[in-house]
Design a protein. Structure first.
Length: 84
């Protein structure tokens, strides 16, 4: 559990997409339960917002990388948009 707690205090920018998404899901679940006091709810919301932005940036970066890879019969031939 120490690894999970360490991830929650780590800088959002240092988290992998998967770890950030898991933490964001945990935050949403806690907020939906309504068992968190106001100050903690605000802090969780702020962290969740940062995690959401981080995940969106990671997804956009992956999408751009995929757009660069278009395989033709002789290997990569150019760039085309990828529908995700």
């Amino acid at each position: 559990m120490a690894t999970k707690d360490a991830a929650k205090t780590a800088s959002v920018e240092d988290l992998s997409f998967e770890v950030a998404l898991r933490e964001l899901e945990d935050i949403v679940a806690r907020l939906e339960q309504g068992q968190v006091d106001l100050e903690d709810s605000i802090a969780l919301y702020e962290r969740g917002n940062a995690l959401k932005a981080h995940c969106e940036q990671k997804l956009k970066s992956a999408e751009l990388r995929l757009e660069k890879i278009v395989l033709g019969p002789d290997g990569p031939t150019g760039s085309e948009p990828v529908a995700l």
